[in-house]
Design a protein around this ligand. Sequence first.
Ligand code: ADP
Ligand code: ASP
Ligand code: MG
Length: 402
Amino acid sequence: MLVVQKFGGTSVGNVERIKHVAALIAKSRQAGDAVVVVVSAMSGETDRLLKLAHELAPFPDEREMDMLLSTGERVTIALLAMALRAMGLDARSYTGRQVGIMTDSTHTRARIERITAERIKEALDQGIIPVVAGFQGINENNDVTTLGRGGSDLTAVALAAALHAEQCLIYTDVEGIFTADPNIVPSARKLEKVSYEEMLELASLGAKVLQSRSVEFAAKYEVPVIVKSTFKKGEGTLVTKEDRDMEQVMVSGVTGDRNQAKITFIGVPDHPGIASRIFGPIGSANILVDMIIQNVGQGDLTDLSFTIPRGDLHKAVDLANRIAKDIGARSVELKDKIAKVSLVGVGMRSHSGVAARMFETLAAKGINIMMISTSEIKISCVIEEQHLEPAIQALHQAFELG
Ligand code: ADP
Ligand code: ASP
Ligand code: MG
């Protein structure tokens, strides 16, 4: 069968590990599978490049940023192809451009629009193992783009869909998808399977084990994704369509996200149309608003708070001050040391009382809840960042996820 195998940064973090990955690929070949390989940059490399860029400019040009960041994956495709060839296997490395990963022009978080994959198909026909650079593509001007942090997952899933591969294997540094990040909750339990919908929530709410867009893509094209360890034998976790068993479980996982900031307009005149005068300009500036709370007005003034990605706070500061002036708000307050803790589970549709138990658990730990939001299969609370890990641990225990 045809499988796509993606190896994350830690899995190709040094020469020994690259050799180990090559041996894993060789084994799949011996078992008779055709393999398309996708790799990330060596662990720490993308962060190192980002840091260099930020030493030169506070907000580096995004086209140049993509040119820079895409180099990390060029290194690992070439090294892995060399390792495979040294083992006597015929392998070839390819950049995103060479395999026709066409994206839109949103530099640093581009969306894949189509994939031609001609050269991959040619290579496979000739029995060659294609080793493809994750995280990168090109736009219609032939400029290099990148797919957002964790984007190699998306490259792998999108290739699996385009090539009609039977499986997309995501090899990483943990044994699968757990009820919580095992590096925060050592007693976390590995899930045998998880639905696309739950995984999408977990990923969007901070569980970086899979990039959220890759899960969206997998769900859309029904690609079976298996997350497993590069270093330990095991079945891993299957991400797949929802089934009956999954509904039985009230909560599947707990996750946290530090990439949060809060803006509060204080003393806003409580008139019709105010919300649109605030969120219109915020939206036009491409700042994604997540939770919104408007307090009960006192007299004809009210307070209004909302959360945005922390990285957009710099963009939002001047804008918020301008908006405050425009609508006659008394002041603006910005807070960046906040985080979001979330419970996810398709079982929430049919079980009640999850929210109450979540609030009780946080209260018992003396953790103040600043904002709450719910959907059919998740509940999120915004709390002080310093309380995030204790909150995850306490909720994991309270819902007996271990
Ligand atoms: P890679 O470099 O292989 O892409 P990532 O660092 O992007 O790996 O993702 C793997 C990490 O995801 C794990 O080391 C773990 O800390 C984190 N993680 C967060 N939530 C979970 C979860 N629910 N289950 C497993 N891992 C998780
Ligand atoms: N190297 C990129 C990152 O660190 C892409 C990836 O690893 O998936 O975000
Ligand atoms: Mg990753």
